[in-house]
Design a protein around this ligand. Structure first.
Ligand code: URA
Length: 235
């Protein structure tokens, strides 16, 4: 692999930016300053460093983000802050993207990765990966609503896959529920609740497959997803 490609892939900057770093003599290969961006390197074998610090090659990155309300699940947006704006410059890479979308006002677990294959697997309705949400609802969710969730609800002429509605608490005019879906249609939770004649006032995703939102992870923060967690997510 070419040295400039390696440096761009470890996230040091764009191809153009890393060429500048090489020119300035800030990159060494096996303890020797290297000034040619065309230098061929072997990522597994050569020791490549930026300002004396060894760079480690990694193909895929996985982060679990606690999305706050007010940011959009996109990689770029001309108006709003995106989930990638929450990343530090050290962790940011231009190939990272969120796995699926949460609405701007929805909080909770969002997986951010550059692994397109895993994202596809997790989002495919055929794979039935569970997504669990906690919702506050204006109105009282009932046993009849639970039955409708199981049977499937027509949204724009398409029936939802069987879903679970767990009623945690109700007052005279509100409810706290958990909803487990096996797919991710546009505004699905809000629309399913609306189809029951009630309204979601707060929504948070708390689980995706085996990956749970850690209670200690502060809103707006993220952490690396471990290799074990990725393995169990893949099933
Ligand atoms: N369902 C919704 O309505 N909104 C979300 O953000 C996620 C699921």
């Amino acid at each position: 692999m070419r040295l400039d490609k390696f440096l761009a892939e470890v996230g040091l900057g764009s191809r153009k930016e890393v060429k500048q770093l090489i020119k300035k003599g800030q990159i060494s290969v096996n303890q020797q300053i290297e000034k040619s961006d065309k230098k061929q390197v072997e990522p597994e074998k050569d020791q490549i460093a930026f300002q004396g610090e060894t760079l480690h090659y990694q193909e895929f990155y996985y982060y679990l983000l606690h999305k706050p309300a007010g940011v959009v699940s996109a990689t770029e947006d001309s108006r709003d802050r995106t989930v990638l704006d929450l990343f530090t410059p050290a962790d940011y890479r231009s190939d990272l993207f969120p796995v699926g979308r949460l609405d701007k006002d929805t909080e909770g677990l969002l997986l951010i990765t550059n692994d397109g294959k895993l994202a596809h697997e997790l989002l495919s309705p055929k794979k039935h990966v569970e997504k669990e949400y906690f919702a506050k609802v204006a109105g009282v969710m009932t046993v009849e609503d639970q039955q409708r969730f199981v049977e499937g609800i027509l949204l724009d002429g398409e029936k939802t896959l069987p879903a679970e509605l767990l009623i945690d608490e109700t007052t005279a005019d509100s409810s706290e529920v958990r909803i487990i879906l096996h797919e991710g249609k546009f505004h699905q939770v809000k629309r399913m609740v609306k189809a029951c004649g009630k309204e979601v006032t707060y929504l948070k995703r708390i689980r995706m497959g085996s990956l749970e939102l850690p209670s200690e992870l502060v809103k707006g923060n993220y952490r690396v997803v471990t290799a074990e967690e990725i393995a169990s997510l893949k099933g």
